[in-house]
Design a protein around this ligand. Sequence first.
Ligand code: ARG
Length: 458
Amino acid sequence: KKSEAWSALFSEPMSELVKRYTASVFFDKRLWQADIQGSLAHADMLAAQGIIGADDLAAIERGMAQIRQEIESGAFEWKLDLEDVHLNIEARLTQLVGDAGKRLHTGRSRNDQVATDVRLWLRGEIDLVVGLLGDLQRALLALAEKNADVILPGFTHLQVAQPVSFGHHMLAYVEMFSRDAERMQDARKRVNRLPLGAAALAGTSYPLDRARVAATLDMGGVCQNSLDAVSDRDFAIEFTSAATLAMVHISRFSEELVLWMSQAFGFIDIADRFCTGSSIMPQKKNPDVPELARGKTGRVVGHLMGLITLMKGQPLAYNKDNQEDKEPLFDTVDTLKDTLRIFAEMVGGITVKREAMERAARRGYATATDLADYLVKKGLPFRDAHEVVAHAVKTAIGQGVDLSELPLEALRQFNPQIGEDVYEVLSLRGSLNARNILGGTAPEQVRLQIGRHRARLG
Ligand code: ARG
């Protein structure tokens, strides 16, 4: 039909340029399953309400079954002339079953149809993303458990601060990814509401049973305002925002992996299968995966900005602007899923170089705070203890040794209350074990947290 004019109202066919410009079928065809699912639920309700006949419903179901098969087998012919996924499927349906196909769109508009399709599709993708976030968390837990006793210099300002358990460091990311999953599940509640019944913008005069359609589609409720239902894409923005945060967490982790694998740190190795070489420098092994993930985070941040900007100037109700929601949303989903999948695998290919980490911790006077705390326990006010230890560190730096390598007499010159027991306090292990508080880095706490996370993830 559309290779001709749109309707009798039009006196000339659409320009070829405009056809290309307005068509979305080459990207929105990915919504085909949701489109068929939504149409079947709508048709079932139309028949139950006596708006179409039982024979029409049967014909629609038969036609859709064939279309499904054609799309799956690749036989379906997608036509640019038919603009989008909705018109392509509807036209084929009518070709296959005649008038029943023409009755499907009763009480419906592409405006509420597309909003429904995107929501149905996104709901399924959210479930996949939550599953992948779970896989990544499980992989991090395994790495954390294996390295609960490995000591990593903890940093602030990227300067050595205090010793932490490598497992504890991994658990920080588990916390982040668990919040990402929570955010996804929360957004899902608002994604999972039904626009159908809003029609073009004002609702419809047909006696539709919207609750029935929502129930058929396993949606949590119906959108309560027709103008809002067809026009807002905040649900997609919310998802993209949650996806952006997840990518930002991946990106922070990536940055650390890249640093840690550099020769200057030498803290970890990443299995060869996740790295690439250089076409000119034979010695190179590059952490391309985390670098790319860091880069792709920028892309997802861009999609979030794109979607928000897409929304901000739109008057109610539906505007064609909204067709532009799809590519950023689809690419966000693809990028996030691919990244989570590869990270869950790559984490299992991380080798921890415990000596290098411990050496770096010692070189950075990571237990200086422990010495200050030791003096506080002997009765010194903390600020005085802080100053005493600063002098001790200065001396140790001057001699090129660790605090724990200064003899007792030397340490006593800074404060006479220092005793033989200071050496346990100055050891990395002693420092680690001392932080045995909920949320702290002591290996005992790390193991408790691993247990808690495992129970949570089931
Ligand atoms: N392809 C359109 C979209 O993605 C479908 C809705 C079009 N509605 C309209 N009245 N032109 O938003």
